[in-house]
Design a protein around this ligand. Structure first.
Ligand code: NAD
Length: 484
């Protein structure tokens, strides 16, 4: 495993201006294997001086990169796509090691992540302006879209590859240079990805990577630099709010992909087998550590027993274990604190009156594992329903009417994703329109598609990633008033 060996052998250095450098003050971050809780390796941890160097590098490369022909930018992205697909197994092992999900899921993530390179290689040649006649008929209105400029990308740990390519892909296609600060739990995949982009022909300084365990110290400094014009953040709503305040002080353009609290609604006329299958994906993909994870399962009272029985059986069949072991479906949670959170959620929910129908505890083994858990008899006022669970715990609540479940579903500050299962398409469309979320899965338990606009409303975010609009987030419109 060449990529991994290199990173483990001490190549976890910062990538700035095409150089591999240690942190200027020698700091490092230990990277743990969540399946054993043991340290795998350490990577450099950027401080303020390194962040300043990264801005210099991104700024120096900005003009030549934005002047690079869109087709050439697209071809670099296309080569990156091909390299990533060719090395899918190696990248998957890296993800298993630093993040914990199963090899099958990790490989799936790598292929999904690579698709953002392919999609945006195609979008890079579709930066299309407009020309229109003014309503008065005597003027021309021209609008062109130009790269927003040096961008700061901040990513979470839950999809160490896909959250990175979903930002780098459109930023490169748009002609922006960037500084990437990956999550401290999972910096290895991001470092390996930068090396892959260099191999694909990306010029030095276009993508600079600075893992850091001092984010709250360096990020405000980066946002305060007038050369930095864009923040693209994926992470929790809590941190997103802090960053919006900091970016607001300097009027930095922001795209925010934040936390969710997705309802999963099963109507009485749903195909229950399909709904269970969808719920298993929506709840258990990435071990529940997904922003679009089904967080609250609302099941019509008339199908509650049938759904709950089948769902509990499916949850009990999930194979838990280290991600590289054959047959494993569910790996560990990312760290000790995530494992503790599950115990606390289950403890407080049962204290509020719910029943553990499956799982409900951490197994007696090393690493940060937690059993697939189903809670039934959950009251609509149970505090678990207002938290982002981010793990393999599924609370089931019952409802009686369509109006009631819409109001339950919308009773949250979040609005990222929702799921509903019904065989009545009219009802399905009506509820899809009434529900307050950026995405709705109608008889589907998965959204992810680079060609689709991914994002939330309310406190789940601002802006969209993927689709054509994903590139527009890194472009700014210029209006040229023209007469001739
Ligand atoms: P997090 O908010 O703790 O961290 C996200 C990133 O921000 C990390 O790189 C972290 O190092 C950095 N960070 C943390 N504090 C910071 C600060 N004060 N200043 C600057 N940077 C800071 O989130 P996480 O635990 O890594 O990820 C899980 C969260 O991400 C969940 O809430 C999940 O819903 C959300 N998420 C959202 C999407 C989406 O598309 N909407 C996708 C994936 C994850």
């Amino acid at each position: 495993m060449e990529i991994l060996d290199r990173l483990i052998d001490g190549d976890g250095r910062l990538r700035i201006g095409g150089e591999r450098i240690t942190a200027s003050d020698g700091s490092g971050i230990d990277v743990l294997d969540p399946a054993t809780a043991e340290v795998i390796t350490a990577v450099a941890s950027a401080g303020p001086a390194d962040a300043a160097d990264a801005i210099d590098a991104a700024d120096s490369a900005a003009v030549s990169w934005s002047d690079t022909a869109p087709r050439e930018r697209g071809e670099i992205l296309r080569r990156a796509y091909e390299l990533m697909v060719n090395r899918a197994n190696e990248f998957a092992e890296l993800i298993v090691l630093e993040m914990g999900k199963s090899f099958v899921e990790s490989r799936g993530e790598v292929l999904y992540a690579a698709e953002f390179f392919r999609w945006f290689s195609e979008e890079s040649v579709r930066n299309i302006g407009t020309i229109q006649l003014s309503p008065s008929g005597d003027k021309r209105i021209l609008s062109i879209d130009q790269p927003v400029g040096v961008s700061l990308l901040i990513t979470p740990w839950n999809f160490p590859a896909a959250m990175v390519t979903r930002k780098i892909g459109p930023a490169l296609a748009a002609g922006c240079t960037m500084i990437l600060k990956p999550a401290s739990d999972t910096p290895l995949t991001a470092l390996a990805m930068t090396d892959l982009l260099s191999e694909a022909g990306l010029p030095d300084g276009v993508v600079n990577v600075i893992p850091s365990n001092r984010s709250s110290m360096i990020v405000p400094k980066i946002l305060a630099d007038p050369r930095v014009r864009k923040l693209s953040f994926t992470g929790s709503t809590e941190v997103g709010k802090i960053l919006l305040r900091e970016a607001g002080s300097h009027v930095v353009n922001c795209s925010m992909e934040l936390g969710g609290n997705s309802p999963f609604i099963v109507f009485d006329d749903a195909d229950i087998e399909a709904a269970v299958e969808g719920a298993m994906i929506a709840k258990m993909r990435n071990g529940g550590q997904s922003c679009v994870a089904a967080n609250r399962l609302y099941v019509h009272e008339s199908v509650r027993d049938e759904f709950s029985r089948a769902f509990v059986t499916a949850m009990e069949e999930v194979q838990l274990g280290p991600g590289m072991d054959p047959g494993v479906d569910l790996g560990p949670l990312v760290n000790f604190s995530a494992q503790q959170d599950m115990s606390e959620f289950v403890g407080s929910s049962t204290a509020s009156g719910s029943t553990v129908a499956a799982g409900g505890r951490a197994p007696d083994s090393p690493g940060f594992f937690y059993l697939p858990t189903v809670l039934t008899e959950v009251g609509n006022d149970d505090p678990i329903l207002s938290q982002e669970i981010f793990g393999p715990v599924a609370p089931i609540v019952t409802f009686e009417s369509e109006d009631e479940v819409i109001s339950m579903a919308n009773d949250t500050v979040h609005g990222l994703a929702s799921y509903l299962y019904t065989n009545d398409l009219t009802k399905g469309m009506r509820v899809s329109e009434a529900i307050e979320s950026g995405m709705v899965g109608l008889n589907r338990g998965v959204f992810s598609d680079p060609a689709a606009p991914f994002g939330g409303v309310k406190q789940s975010g601002i802006g969209r990633e993927g689709a054509h609009v994903g590139m527009l987030e890194f472009l700014e419109t210029k209006y040229i008033a023209a007469d001739w």
